[in-house]
Design a protein around this ligand. Sequence first.
Ligand code: ADP
Length: 268
Amino acid sequence: MTEMSIDQFRLKAEPYYRPVGNEVDLFEAAYARRMPVMLKGPTGCGKSRFVEYMAFKLGRPLITVACNEDMTASDLVGRFLLDKDGTRWQDGPLTTAARIGAICYLDEVVEARQDTTVVIHPLTDHRRCLPLDKKQELLQAHEDFQLVISYNPGYQSLMKDLKPSTKQRFGALAFDYPEAELETEIVAAETGVDREIAGKLVQIAHRARNLKGHGLDEGISTRLLVYAGQIIAEGVDPVLACEMTLVTPLTDDPDMQETLEAAVATYF
Ligand code: ADP
């Protein structure tokens, strides 16, 4: 791959990331040893933003793959394509990352079928290789390559848990929604609303997060708070903005919507 095409995977500007604990140092130490890293935590709490920030900080290209249950090993590794000149091999995103020395981020890897997950195994131990069976090539990963996966232990059923043989190939960093003060800072910084409004949004989220497991599968994420702040910053009435971003997306249950609306009404 040419330098120019590698450049498409480089972050152009430093992403805004507010460290929550010692995760930056820990990730750097893991990267120094090219250790595979698992980011554990609920949806929308900053995992993807963190990887983007780390890729920028470490000067590595980043290739992100959103995993889903229909994904096959070929979607990750690559396949032969048929075109007018015959068949042509096309690398999948994981193969590209291993070739160019990128950080490969497999988002929500537990969504992928287990036979898909298994293809990452040889990349995660001392072999650092990727067998391209169909192509009969054994690809040795670039020395700068690193594998990062994200995993939300919350809403998946036990059936969808990662296999222990997969889990035990990663160092793990636990993420959660940042504590109130920090989350307020993040929402204000990301949206331009003042700290008072950001603080109120965070309080609403805390109420909703207490309902997790009592009618809600997931609480209001930092991502949704950022959405709320963005809509408010566009001049929309906060109650309507919260309805659009914090209530309607979260639940289809009318009673639960009413409960959330009541939480919004307490603050706006
Ligand atoms: P995840 O990958 O955990 O689902 P994201 O990384 O996409 O979540 O986070 C969602 C949004 O929350 C980000 O786009 C960003 O606006 C905000 N965010 C969450 N945590 C942080 C943080 N520590 N620093 C900066 N932004 C954050």
